[in-house]
Design a binder for this molecule. Structure first.
Ligand SMILES: [Zn+2]
Length: 267
């Protein structure tokens, strides 16, 4: 499914790509706008979605450019209807690096909101209000969207930004794997609770599905890490045994070396 993407252009050497389903999102909002106010409504809504996703790209660039300072390669930023995803070739394990890389994304949203707030402030609170489908309407919605994006991403729901910040903070005291375990467990409990509240209390099924998606993504990332750690332990043990074999003085009747084992115990 992730393969259905359209390459747009490169920015700071990073390929910006659009998932094909994004076009359905534009078509849907264009149609909704057209139903409300004809072509003006359609154009306005499509512009709003495009500007909204420009902010998503800036958020991802916040993560990416900070990561690149730590020597991480960022081949692509993929935009999907549920948001953006910067693809890193690896994640630095130092808590300070993960903290800065992660915090840089929401920080960009708060900076955009801070820049827009003085422009929209008076109109937003004025009694006359503002015309629908106007530039001011657009700017007010973008300000609110950036505030929501910044706050939503900081929820401690692994693997969202807030969950990664929690993992980095835990990793100061715990091993990387244990820190990931606790961060993903916290994330799973929170995302399941929030999915339940969204579905049964607010009847917002789209949000419920999004939290469901986050639940499984967090779980998958933790499991992947467990497998990687097991492989690393396997090779470390294999190297240790081969080194021990070489160091052993040759005796006439030598025992055959034991096969390398994968550790199945909980880390
Ligand atoms: Zn982010």
């Amino acid at each position: 499914m992730l393969g259905w993407s359209i390459n747009l252009f490169r920015i700071f050497g990073i390929q910006l790509a659009l998932h094909a389903s994004f076009l359905l999102l534009l078509a849907y909002f264009g149609y909704r706008g057209w139903e409300e106010a004809g072509w003006l409504g359609a154009g306005w809504r499509v512009l709003l979605i495009i500007l909204f996703f420009v902010c998503v790209v800036l958020h991802e660039l916040g993560h990416s450019l900070t990561a690149m300072r730590y020597g991480v390669r960022v081949p692509r930023i993929l935009l999907m209807p549920i948001g953006g995803m910067a693809e890193f070739d690896r994640l630095p394990r130092q808590p300070s690096a993960e903290l800065l890389i992660t915090a840089a994304g929401p920080a960009v949203n708060f900076v955009i909101a801070a820049v827009l707030t003085p422009i929209v402030w008076r109109t937003f609170w004025s009694e006359q209000g503002f015309a629908a489908y106007s530039v001011m309407d657009l700017l007010i919605k973008l300000t609110l969207a950036n505030l929501v994006m910044g706050i939503f991403n900081l929820l401690p729901v692994f693997p969202m930004d807030g969950g990664r910040i929690l993992r980095a903070l835990l990793a100061i005291k715990l091993s990387y794997l244990r820190a990931t375990y606790w961060a993903s467990l916290t994330g799973k409990i929170l995302s399941a609770t929030l999915a339940g509240i969204a579905a049964f209390y607010y009847e917002n099924y789209l949000l419920a599905v999004l939290f469901g998606f986050i639940y499984f993504a967090g779980n998958a990332e933790y499991r992947q890490l467990v497998i990687r750690e097991q492989q690393a332990a396997y090779w470390a043990e294999w190297m240790r045994r081969s080194a021990a074999e070489e160091a052993k003085p040759v005796t006439p009747i030598d025992e055959p070396p034991l096969p390398p084992q994968i550790f199945h115990g909980r880390n």
